[in-house]
Write a protein that binds this ligand. Structure first.
Ligand SMILES: *[C@@H]1O[C@H](CO)[C@@H](O)[C@H](O)[C@H]1NC(C)=O
Ligand SMILES: *[C@@H]1O[C@H](CO)[C@@H](O)[C@H](O)[C@H]1NC(C)=O
Ligand SMILES: *[C@@H]1O[C@H](CO)[C@@H](O)[C@H](O)[C@H]1NC(C)=O
Ligand SMILES: *[C@@H]1O[C@H](CO)[C@@H](O)[C@H](O)[C@H]1NC(C)=O
Ligand SMILES: *[C@@H]1O[C@H](CO)[C@@H](O)[C@H](O)[C@H]1NC(C)=O
Length: 277
């Protein structure tokens, strides 16, 4: 039982606690978003026509900047779309402070370097578009299982991960195949190696497009591919995949595009014949 003094103490502690957590939750705000984007701007060598360099002026509200969309409700940056703006330079870790970011499209530029691990802090992201840049290194470890639970929230929303046309090396991190909200996985035109995990489709109920062509991936197509029941496009061409083409591909009733050429599959014609009748 709580007596009156304890109760008051409890209440004031709660208030203090509330106050402190309010403070804590306000540390990241629109001003943080602005400074993150100003740092980002300072890291890119300016686009040829200087459009962003001129437009992203600290004298004007960040929400009026070209390519920046804010959430009215939260008064925070919700989307960045700087695709095809001829940007070069690197992505700064400060971008990880844009904690209300839902969509990040930087495709079709000349950005280079590693993707910073701080991007893991963007728990609301649904769309990641880094295609056709000059990024290198391993596909970010931010998809690796992390000990803290917050990491799992990041996994809960991502629909599109598009890293095609870069210089990524190493294997596709297996944890990506656990991001059960994924609909599009695009890794084509990189230098990825390694094989596909045997249970790659166990946790991808919504995957509609899996494109990894023009890499150096090898090994067999896992027979669990039949569990990616929403798959419409399976593009594996120009790799070093081998072995038989699993007949479970014939169970993919939504499949429209199947590209397997330029690999070392065995008995491919026979398999096609069997599951196409
Ligand atoms: C940036 O571009 C937006 C949209 O075109 C425009 O409304 C705004 O005035 C521009 N700001 C500056 C500083 O040029
Ligand atoms: C970004 O802008 C381009 C050009 O307007 C558009 O084609 C693309 O769909 C946009 N990206 C996102 C994620 O909305
Ligand atoms: C933003 O991110 C950077 C680098 O990740 C960090 O050093 C900085 O403290 C952050 N800023 C705020 C206001 O949280
Ligand atoms: C994928 O999720 C399962 C449980 O849902 C877990 O046991 C497994 O360790 C996860 N794998 C990776 C690579 O994160
Ligand atoms: C493929 O479909 C057949 C019948 O249509 C079914 O018997 C079989 O279990 C399915 N295989 C997989 C891997 O889903």
């Amino acid at each position: 039982m709580m007596d009156r003094t304890n109760f008051l103490l409890f209440m004031s502690c709660s208030m203090i606690h509330l106050f402190i957590s309010c403070l804590a939750s306000n540390i990241l705000n629109i001003a943080t978003d602005q400074s993150a984007l100003i740092v980002f701007k300072s890291q890119f060598e300016h686009d040829r026509s200087n459009v962003l360099a001129r437009n992203w002026s600290s004298d004007t509200p960040i929400c009026s900047w070209i390519g920046v969309t804010c959430s009215l409700r939260h008064q925070r940056v919700a989307a960045i779309n700087v695709s095809n703006m001829d940007l070069s330079g690197i992505i700064s870790p400060e971008l990880g402070n844009l904690s209300f970011l839902v969509s990040l499209d930087m495709s079709g530029n000349k950005l280079h370097g590693d993707l910073p691990k701080e991007l893991a802090k963007l728990k609301r992201l649904k769309f990641i578009g880094f295609s056709f840049n000059r990024f290198s290194g391993k596909i970010p470890s931010f998809f690796e299982a992390m000990p803290n639970l917050q990491q799992l929230q990041f996994h809960r929303r991502l629909n599109v991960l598009s890293l095609a046309g870069n210089k990524f090396t190493g294997a596709i991190p297996v944890s990506i195949f656990n991001v059960s909200t994924l609909e599009i996985l695009e890794f084509s035109y990189n230098s990825l190696s390694g094989d596909l995990p045997a249970n790659m489709c166990r946790n991808l109920p919504s995957l509609a497009r899996f494109a990894v062509y023009s890499n150096q991936l090898y090994g067999q197509i896992p027979s669990t591919i039949g569990e990616c029941s929403q798959l419409r496009t399976l593009a594996l061409e120009f790799n070093q995949f081998n072995g038989p083409v699993p007949k479970q591909i014939g169970n993919l009733s939504m499949l429209v595009y199947l590209y397997l050429g330029g690999n070392d599959f065995k008995g491919i014609l026979l398999n096609f014949f069997l599951f196409s009748i």
